[in-house]
Ligand binder design. Structure first.
Ligand SMILES: [Fe+2]
Ligand SMILES: [Fe+2]
Length: 165
């Protein structure tokens, strides 16, 4: 019997081990690196999409590619005096980079470009896009909270992950 982890790796292996994509390890993202962040978003999106009978392949691949941009966003914003609209522009950069190296379907494209909703106003067209957008926010909050030591014992008691997988 094939395990969920094995199936997940099979679905995303060509992206996960692509040399250009692996450069995400060089960029800090929230409190981890960007590679770790997108892998966790992808895996939780895959697990939840499977549970909800959604297109889990697209959720896994779109989730993995949603932050595929290769620059330090703090430096990008600082150089532009606190502006530069990284917040709204990076989904488009991630889509451009993803199209360059991988073949995407419509759902995966929508997942990538809409993942900042509702900060960006374009509505997600697919349930999978909405799911990845929620998972991204959940993972981001968890990453920030993990850096606050006093929060950890409370979070582990709440078992928040149980709501998600
Ligand atoms: Fe993002
Ligand atoms: Fe993200």
């Amino acid at each position: 019997m094939i395990t969920a982890e094995r199936e997940f790796i099979d679905i995303v292996a060509d992206i996960l081990f692509h040399p250009e994509f692996m450069q995400l390890k060089n960029f800090k993202h929230h409190t981890t690196n960007r590679y770790e962040h997108v892998v966790l978003v992808s895996y939780l999106s895959y697990k939840n999409a499977r549970k909800l009978n959604l297109d889990y392949r697209s959720a896994a691949r779109g989730g993995l590619l949603h932050d595929f941009f290769l620059y330090d966003w703090r430096e990008y914003t600082r150089k532009r005096g606190g502006g530069g609209r990284h917040f709204t522009l990076h989904p488009k950069t991630a889509l451009k980079n993803s199209r360059r190296y991988f073949k995407l379907n419509e759902i995966e494209e929508d997942i990538i470009v809409k993942h900042m909703w509702p900060s960006t106003l374009y509505l997600p067209r697919y349930k999978e896009s909405l799911l990845v957008s929620f998972v991204d926010k959940y993972v981001s909050v968890r990453e920030y909270m993990a850096a606050l030591r006093w929060v950890n014992p409370i979070v582990s008691k709440l078992n928040l992950d149980d709501f998600f997988v």
